[in-house]
Write a protein that binds this ligand. Sequence first.
Ligand code: ADP
Length: 638
Amino acid sequence: MSQSQEFTFQTEIKQLLHILSHSLYQNREIALRELISNASDSLNKLRHLQLAEEQWRDENPLEVTLQPHKEARILVIQDNGVGLTQEELIQNLGTIAHSGSKEFFQNLVSSGKGDGSPDLSLIGQFGVGFYSAFMLADKVEVVTRSYRETTGWRWESDGSGRYSITAAGDEVPRGAQIRLHLKEELEEFLDPNRLKHIVRRYSTFVPFPILLEGAVLNEQKPIWVEPKSQVSDDQHNAFYQWLTHRTEEQPLWRLHLSSDSPIQFHAILYCPPTNFELLGFGENQHGLNLCAKRILVQDDCRDLLPDYLRFLYGVVDSADLPLNVSRETLQDHRLLPKLKKVLTRKVLDHLASLATEDAAAFQTFTRQFGSILRTGIGQDFENRERIAKLMRFQSTQTVGSGLELPESNEFRRTSLDEYLSRAAVGQEQIYYLAGTQVDAMSRHPHLEAFRKRGLEVLFLDDPVDEFALTQLRSFEGKDLISIDSADVRFPESTNPTVESEKPQAPGNFTRVLELFRGALDKRVADVRLSERLTDSTCCLVNSEGTMSSQLQKVLSTTMKGFEMSKRVFEVNPHARLTERLCELAGNPENDEFIRDCGRQLYSDALLLDGLIPDAEEVTNRSLRFMEELSRTRSVIVT
Ligand code: ADP
């Protein structure tokens, strides 16, 4: 027998092993889940080989066996799957390059509680794979033989930083035995009842039998092929927990589908109640389990749902997929785009009915996943109207006093359909205002004209919303338009009834506009009379066809060299200040003062839109105004 060879673990693994061996007691059970899941993956690989090539077939059933050895305090988890070669042992059990552990490690480190210590309660959700063995054991041995070799290997480590590999001869059966030399205080993991309980809790849906003392512990029931009415809530919850590793949780909603034509498939999709992306974890990238006639083909298939539904978990099983399809050939399989199309449609339809049937669940969904879903408007041309129907907004009607909405609670939002049901006669546009805070938006001068006419304006407080609506352009034939655009049209039905009652602009108003124009020459596209204002003195409006200011603001911070387009400065002829300036305009000596007022009004309008004017210019001017005003005041006490 050859000598044993010594190796050192990668630094990250050393750190990880240290964390794991000091892990919390209640996390230790999941180590068993991880090892059984590895065994199942390995059996699955062998099953695919057997389906593809005759030479790997034999009579032995593929299974996982648990063997507790009481006296030696060793628990063995054995499978007769593909096994590992010496090279694979070094590659897979010595580096952290592979998926599960690496991702977990990064998340663990970034999820620290602020004091540098990682949040270990997350171990269960991410799964650390093989290394979790060190949560249970002081020493771990892997005795294995690859299906391609005639002799086996023994890998061994005490988790302190080094491991050894020794040739183990031709007695070693195909597959892998993970031999856990249990920590002294963990003898309970040898108790058959305890093992039974853990397997039932975490590994019931593993698609191979898990044996203990000759009895099968798991049900392995593919509930997705059962008739919908025969699957209980408990079974769904258990299946959800198995798929997601979120052990204490229930799905927010589920969708159980069966179809015979045009494609045959069964599927169950689950939506989690919380969005990890919002908690600062990276993108959800788990994919769905894809099965062919109940046999798992790929456990993280991302080609079955569009990116904007990436947060769903589930399984899709189709008899139209050949059993021997491999991961590599799967990508080009013509069935996948068809399945994707059907599933997407079903999910969007389901969400639409959820909105009416379970308003509370739909609200939670909107809060958690609304912003991911909305990105679909730009990605999925075919379904964009469907997605738009699922969007919910605050508006001039939902904020503060206004119309009672069906969902009468704190999170009052309106759909585009509801908006249209309240639209004015002849209203051809859907009006919106984008910004960052609804409070500030609801006081914006642009709203005056809309309020006066009883027209509803949507408030978009998430930049994604405005991008989405810009891409959508119109909804049910009505153009979506930002209210700071010059393209805004008011429906005739909302015009003030007696046109002649509208007061004329005061004399000299044209002169005031001319002076403003001179003062703001290079900064604005034009200065003109405003029809839209009632109380405010002025506002800035986008020229026809340009993007809304909010969108431009977002772009100017994200795109280098992006220049905001010049806007139109509109002046309300009936505002108090304007009327006074018109009187003063009769005397040419006031020209410079009026120009200064124009400049100040322009700066104020920028501020109201959340844009920053030239600070030095503004402060100098207001200082001058104050000096001038203070000179008109008297020192004599009356
Ligand atoms: P992951 O399963 O996320 O890849 P693990 O740390 O659990 O990470 O396992 C690392 C690799 O070691 C696996 O990808 C697999 O190639 C190999 N491996 C682990 N357990 C077994 C086993 N029982 N039989 C064969 N290969 C295994």
